[in-house]
Design a protein. Structure first.
Lengths: 533, 353
């Protein structure tokens, strides 16, 4: 269905190819997973599948790419519109109209479908993707999960047999993500579509994949999932433990690993202890804080204290009020009722220059924090803003992304690299309160480990850190305390180990495998295995 | 059902654009101010709160223009007589710089003249803002006949820039605050302008990529454009322009101007007809140009004709502070306001999503 023969891609003005000599072919009617570290060229690989690369992006492609018998060299994206549906990482950036109905019929209109044919597709695809109830809604009012479902439906309307998705679940909460993934499974199993999907959180999709394409270090490798997990640098926690314990055959999912669980328990010397919270200095305080948007209570009388030296994992479904909470703490959102104090002052009343020394927020789109024309300039201007020794921000950035050229434009960085730059800009002022909104979207494991280390380091230096995230594995990795929110109220607050191992179907993989012992991460299990005499 | 509820977006654009064109050059401040007020009434009655950003942005831009116009008048305005408010040191210029002065006495008529012109600019701008709030450009393009669709799209991407710009500005403002940088004043504006433009531009590029991926501009199998199409289009556009300018400026006989205008429209229409036969595009929801839409568009047309006629025969509309007398509110102005408000008579407020 999709055949790459000795393909290399070089963008204009770049010294080296993104990756080279890719040869593989993907069979029809199956799910194919694309994995690779941040910035390795996964989006380039996906973009080739409908001619977006090179027709839209520019650059030179050598070798040949054939999709459904059409050569990318001679077909433009619009010529693939009836064959390949494309869903981007941020569904909203792909919307071209104002309402759901207009968006859904858009491709069919361009391809000259009759009105009856459109009506038929709307009913069939609309029902299959559960967007039929949303038809009259303006796109701007959709939730993240709804927007992603509409984007997928819009890509499917013109009846393509291939759908290409670039990290479709990265902005979604676990429930919405599994809903989207279930839809993809249906497309493959019941409708024999070919699905090509990139995903950083491999654990979500590994069991669906017929093959895995690994894009890493300028090379592209394609093979069966089990063989891929032996060599990939990005693997789910159970595979990490399985590799460390040399389990054969290597289990890919929690279910496959369960037979090994007892032998693993024997290897572990003790169950981890839940350390009781120690009394600490508070760095930020919310007291009966409420924020209302119209009738909707985004925050409903929330009382919360953030302590020096803790990493607080803030979890909950989309719309639970996590972003609003961070907005209040960083002085972007005004409270309706209640009080908020950060470092002894109400953040809303602080001057920008004063605010930045007390609280740092990395927004969901970290690119918003960046203005300069190059990475180096961005770092220098952050030094000036914070009154820091020249070179401070650059040093922080080098810790996250050691190999990025300082002359590159921030907009040309990958999502993950951009986050690292924004993080460096904020961390450079060493604010005592550090807030991160969904920091792991688009981050690979290596970058996540770096991020976890930096957060631990900042916490050890006395900062109070709040990480709002859907990524339960990352929260398990970094958080000392976890707060669960739902519909504007706090529903659970306690040590991360206690809260996370009781978090139901969305528990970390290791918690699922070794329950009831409150282990959370592959790293701590592997370390404990080593301690055994 | 749905098609009946929907109002053809072209109606609002006819209404806004025709009023704007008629209004240009009308310096009677009472006319400008009352049209501004009437526009605000229609926008606030019709639009959902979240979508009215384009209008408020156009108002803010209008105020900026007004201030700039005043500053330019104070610095460089032609010095006329009248009550002197204060005096700026004047810079003597060589005689061949006739008509241009720098500095000098700042008089009441000088300020008033600039104020009137600035108000007019603001009112014209607000007409555009109101139209793009009431009928988002994307909707307008979707409703265009498929032959002008591609043409309309480039306009729409340009127009979509305005609302994108204001959204982008809010995000950048928040981010600047987070980085501890000023969000107001000259320094704030300078630091924000580039990222705001970049953000809006980036969004436009992403939109273009998405449209491409979904088959935008696909032709029928084997379809090509005959060579006559661009020739007809250029000739048509040229004669429309010459005809319209001739009519408005009064440089040519009315019959010649009208003839050029009509033949130009015909040529352009013909080229679009040939072109549309090549495109694949169909429409799911045909939004008919209902009688309601006709009333709204008609109100715009009446405004245009009224202003044009008054401009020629009743110079009352042109208020000049030097010619003496306060600007007056005439029956014509009242009629104008009524016409701007006319759409509210045929559509219920806030009915359209």
């Amino acid at each position: 269905m999709i055949t790459f023969s000795s393909v290399s891609v070089t963008y204009d003005g770049a010294d080296a190819s993104v990756w080279s000599d890719a040869s593989f072919s993907l069979q029809p009617g199956a799910f194919h997973l694309v994995v690779g570290p941040t910035g390795s060229g996964k989006s380039t690989l996906l973009g080739l599948m409908n001619g977006h690369v090179p027709h839209f992006t520019g650059g030179t492609v050598s070798g040949s790419v054939e999709v459904g018998g059409r050569s990318v060299a001679t077909h433009r994206p619009r010529d693939f519109a009836d064959l390949v549906g494309v869903v981007r990482q941020n569904p909203r950036s792909g919307f071209v109209t104002a309402t759901v109905l207009d968006e859904l019929v858009y491709a069919m209109e361009n391809l000259g479908f009759s009105r009856d044919a459109m009506q038929g597709q709307l009913e069939v695809v609309g029902r299959r993707l559960r967007v039929d109830a949303l038809l009259e809604r303006p796109l701007a009012t959709l939730s993240g999960g709804q927007a992603q479902r509409v984007a997928i439906a819009a890509a499917l309307m013109a009846g393509p047999s291939i759908v290409v998705l670039d990290e479709p679940t990265s902005g979604l909460d676990p429930d919405a993500a599994s809903e989207v993934l279930d839809l993809l499974v249906d497309l493959v199993h019941d409708h024999h579509m070919t699905v090509v999907c990139s995903e950083h959180r491999v654990e979500r999709v590994l069991d669906l994949a017929a093959s895995v394409v690994i894009v890493e270090d300028g090379r592209v490798w394609c093979g069966a999932p089990a063989a891929a997990m032996e060599r990939s640098s990005i693997v789910p926690p159970v595979v990490e433990v399985g590799r460390a314990a040399s389990w054969t055959p290597l289990p890919l999912t929690v279910a496959e690993a369960t037979p090994f669980a007892d032998s693993l328990r024997v290897l572990l010397p003790r169950a981890p202890e839940v350390s009781p919270p120690t009394a600490q200095r508070s760095v930020a305080d919310l007291s009966r804080a409420s924020v209302h948007y119209g009738d909707l209570a985004a925050l409903d009388a929330v009382t919360l204290e953030i302590h020096a030296g803790e990493v607080l994992g803030l979890m909950g479904p989309n719309g639970a009020g996590k972003s609003t909470l961070l907005g209040v703490l960083s002085g972007l959102v005004a409270l309706g009722e209640g009080t908020c104090t950060v470092g002894g002052a109400d953040p809303l009343t602080l001057q920008p220059a004063d605010l930045v020394r007390r609280v740092g927020l990395i927004p969901q789109d970290p690119g918003l924090l960046l203005y300069a024309a190059s990475v180096g300039e961005e770092c220098r201007s952050a030094d000036v803003d914070g009154g820091l020794t020249p070179g401070t921000t650059e040093a922080w950035f080098a810790r996250f992304q050691p190999s990025v050229d300082l002359l590159r434009h921030p907009r040309d960085l990958s999502e993950g690299q951009r986050l690292c730059l924004a993080l460096a800009v904020i961390c450079a002022s060493e604010p005592p309160v550090l807030l991160l909104d969904e920091p792991t979207c688009g981050l690979d494991n290596v970058a996540k480990v770096h991020l976890a280390e930096v957060l631990a380091d900042r916490a050890a230096a006395g900062a109070g850190i709040v990480v709002a995230s859907h990524d339960v594995e990352f929260i398990a990795e970094v958080a000392s305390r976890t707060v669960l929110m739902d519909r504007g109220v706090v529903v659970a607050d306690g040590p991360a180990r206690t809260v996370l191992s009781a978090a139901g179907p969305h528990r970390p993989q290791i918690a699922q495998l070794l329950s009831p012992d409150p282990w959370l991460t592959a790293a701590e299990v592997i370390a404990a295995m080593g301690e055994r005499p | 059902m749905r098609a009946q509820q929907r109002l053809h977006p072209g109606a609002w654009w006819c209404w806004g654009l025709l009023t704007a064109v008629g209004l240009s050059g009308v310096t009677n401040p009472l006319v400008s101010a009352s049209v501004l007020a009437a526009l605000a009434v229609v926008v606030s009655a019709r639009s959902v709160k979240a979508s009215s950003r384009a209008f408020s942005l156009s108002l803010r831009l209008g105020v900026m223009l007004l201030v700039v116009r005043l500053l330019i008048a104070i610095a460089f305005g032609a010095r006329t007589g009248g009550t002197v408010l204060w005096s700026l040191p004047s810079v003597p210029l060589p005689s061949w710089f006739a008509g241009i002065t720098i500095g000098g006495p700042v008089t009441v008529p000088l300020l008033l003249g600039a104020l009137y012109q600035g108000l007019n600019l603001a009112a014209v701008l607000a007409c555009f803002g109101a139209a793009s709030t009431l009928a988002p450009p994307a909707e307008l393009v979707a409703a265009l006949p498929r032959s002008v669709y591609e043409l309309g799209l480039s306009v729409a991407i340009a127009l979509a820039f305005l609302p994108e710009l204001s959204e982008s500005a809010q995000a950048v403002r928040a981010a600047r605050r987070l980085r501890g940088r000023p969000t107001s004043g000259l320094a704030g504006f300078r630091g924000m302008a580039i990222p705001v433009l970049e953000g809006a531009l980036e969004r436009s590029v992403a939109m273009a990529a998405a449209m491409d991926a979904r088959g935008f501009g696909r032709l029928r199998r084997g379809g090509t454009h005959p060579r006559v199409v661009p020739v007809l289009a250029v000739v048509g556009a040229a004669s429309v322009t010459v005809g319209a300018v001739g009519l408005l400026a009064g440089g040519v006989a009315t019959a010649v101007g009208a003839g050029l205008l009509l033949s130009g429209v015909a040529a352009a229409g013909w080229s679009l007809r040939i072109r549309s036969a090549q495109l694949l595009r169909t429409r799911f929801t045909e939004v008919p140009f209902s009688w309601r839409a006709s009333v709204i568009a008609g109100a715009g047309a009446c405004n245009f004709v009224l202003l044009l006629a008054l401009n020629r025969w009743a110079p009352l509309l042109v208020a000049s502070p030097t010619s003496g007398g306060a600007p007056s509110f005439s029956i014509a102005t009242a009629l104008l306001v009524a016409l701007v408000l006319a759409p509210l008579a045929v559509v219920r407020g806030g009915a359209q999503a």
